[in-house]
Design a protein around this ligand. Structure first.
Ligand SMILES: [Zn+2]
Ligand SMILES: [Zn+2]
Ligand SMILES: [Zn+2]
Ligand SMILES: [Zn+2]
Length: 580
């Protein structure tokens, strides 16, 4: 297997025969950057959660945008952008062979208008970015088909949930992470099909359980102890989750309990020949994360699926799409996506951003229903073919050199230098965190902490321990975040409570939060399984297992780094212990 040395971090990485075949099909050379450096570069272009005050370049009205004003990106109000009374081709540029492709693309990027946020078919939904088919949602990002979801990230088909991360098909949930099909649950982590539960880790099909790990189809269990229905009800009445002190204490205990729980090496269901974390119905997928539904032959791809075939180095892709490379938030009934960002229902579109229903476009921004365009300029099919070949040749023979002198050539994603976002406003900080000093020395931009102008009217520690009856007064308070003094770059320092969330806390009998939505997201992210995989050996020593009194040592790929102390088990030992 040939080994390459990453031209960014100098690590060595392998390129398999299968990889070579994929690159050949996509018509790109094998990458010179390792998978992690490629992911970091790609993620530096994806800001899901940070929103900024900006101004619509059409109506001149104030608005909230995913693009920070200092990025120089021109934004239109989302609805004005989608009107048909303007044409993105009017921003076209001629290709100049004397300037690198990426430099020219960087100029186009600051020229063509973008919608302030990315959303589709939403009603009464505010402060939501990268979302679709949402109703009555608030401050929720990268989500689809949700009703009344507040402060969520990566949510699919949810009803009435607040503060969640990576959930599908859940209702009435609070502070849950990485779960499917929950009903009325509080603080459930990596669990499926549970109802009326709280503080769960890795439970399946449980009813009325509290503080449990690794249970299957159980009910009335309290801290993994079986109770009678009456006993459970009596014990639970003593655990007042309406109290912030109790909720915080239980949260701390959950963290400790997860440390000592059993952990399967990776979460997979109905998968064949796959290596990855949280995969469902995947075949021949490797080093993938959170893919589900008829997905095959993918590698280094995260978030997506639903009929996704042959995708490498992608994030948030799928819906009957194939042959995708180095793309984010793209797909839907199309093929041949290369280095695309928010490109939907397209075929043969490369190095393009925010294009819809296009064919044969290269280096375009904001096009709808076009074909044979380069830098937003219309060409005939023959002209397009010739100029595209010329640009590809140019990209390969005189690559773009970034601030650190690293080359970006044809096949590479857009250089981070050109990204409109600071490193810590993007997914890169979520999945590959850096401190300010390292981010700057790596050539990324950084958003430093700035004192916010909102006048704090009440500090978090003076909020009532339990929800008071007089809620209407609280809606007017500006609460100082409990992490205010830490001056975390993403902390908004103060926050308000919206009417819908007050209603939710009341309905669920939950106390008020003490941290701002961003700090809550960061705390919640700590529960998320890592998308990165390591090869380890199963350390099970259960004498009754087929491996006998010796340790199992079955090789496995896992999202638990080798230095982590938790009990991480191969699938066979995990199943035996769970059933035990
Ligand atoms: Zn590298
Ligand atoms: Zn905060
Ligand atoms: Zn084992
Ligand atoms: Zn074992």
């Amino acid at each position: 297997m040939p080994t390459s040395h990453c031209c960014s971090c100098s690590c060595s990485f392998s390129i398999t025969d299968g990889d070579t075949a994929f690159y050949r099909t996509m018509g790109v050379p094998a990458p010179l950057w390792c998978p992690t450096c490629r992911a970091r570069r790609r993620f530096s272009w994806r800001n899901e959660r940070s929103l900024f005050k900006s101004r619509c370049a059409r109506s001149n009205h104030d608005l909230i945008s995913t693009f920070p004003p200092e990025s120089g990106i021109v934004v239109f109000d989302r609805d004005l952008w989608w009107q048909d009374d303007w044409d993105a081709l009017s921003y076209g540029m001629s290709y100049d062979p004397a300037i690198s492709f990426f430099d020219q693309f960087g100029a186009l990027l600051k020229h063509v208008p973008f919608p302030a946020v990315f959303s589709a078919r939403c009603q009464n939904t505010s402060y939501c970015n990268h979302v679709g088919e949402m109703k009555d949602c608030y401050l929720t990002s990268a989500s689809w088909a949700c009703d009344r979801v507040l402060y969520g990230n990566q949510m699919i088909s949810l009803r009435d949930c607040t503060d969640g991360l990576g959930l599908g098909h859940c209702e009435l949930c609070y502070e849950c992470v990485g779960c499917e099909g929950l009903y009325n649950c509080v603080y459930a982590i990596d669990s499926e099909g549970c109802s009326d539960c709280a503080f769960l880790y890795d439970c399946l099909g449980c009813r009325s359980c509290f503080g449990c790990n690794n249970l299957r189809h159980a009910s009335y269990c309290l801290f993994n102890r079986q109770c009678s229905k009456a006993e459970y009800a009596a014990e639970l009445a003593n655990l007042n989750l309406g109290s912030y002190a109790v909720l915080s204490q239980q949260r701390a205990q959950l963290i400790t309990r997860i440390q000592s729980a059993l952990h399967r090496a990776s979460r997979q269901r109905q998968c064949e020949e796959s290596i990855g974390e949280h995969l469902i119905e995947c075949r021949n997928c490797e080093f993938c994360y959170n893919l589900s539904g008829r997905t095959r032959d993918c590698k280094y791809t995260m978030m997506g699926g639903m009929g996704l075939n042959d995708a490498y180095d992608c994030y948030g892709v799928g819906e009957s799409a194939e042959l995708m490379y180095e793309s984010i938030d793209s797909g839907a009934n199309g093929m041949h996506y290369l280095a695309d960002l928010v490109v939907w229902t397209c075929t043969d579109v490369a190095y393009s951003i925010n294009c819809h229903n296009c064919q044969n476009c290269f280096g375009c921004i904001g096009l709808r229903g076009k074909s044979h365009c380069i830098f937003n300029q219309q060409y005939s099919a023959e002209q397009y073919k010739a100029l595209r070949a010329q640009i590809v040749n140019h990209m390969q023979h005189s690559p773009y050199l970034d601030r650190r002198g690293r080359a970006h050539t044809y096949g590479d994603f857009f250089p981070s230098d050109l990204s409109p976002f600071a490193y810590n406003d993007t997914l890169a900080q979520d999945y590959l965190p850096l401190n300010e000093e390292d981010a700057l020395s790596e050539g990324f931009r950084w958003r430093s902490y700035t004192e916010k102008s909102a006048k704090i009217t009440i500090s978090a520690d003076t909020l009532p321990d339990q929800l008071a009856n007089e809620l209407s007064a609280l809606a007017h308070e500006v609460i100082g975040c409990a992490a205010y003094a830490e001056k975390r770059p993403r902390c908004t320092s103060a926050f308000r409570l919206c009417a819908a969330e007050l209603e939710f806390y009341q309905r669920m009998n939950l106390p008020l939060p003490r941290y701002c939505p961003n700090c809550r997201h960061e705390r919640r992210f700590g529960f998320r399984r890592s998308p990165w995989l390591w090869q380890r050996e199963c350390s099970c020593r259960e004498g009754t297992h087929p491996h006998g009194p010796r340790a199992c040592t079955a090789p496995m790929w896992t999202s638990f780094a080798p230095e982590r102390k938790e009990r991480v088990l191969c699938e066979r030992c995990y199943e035996l212990l769970i059933m035990g």
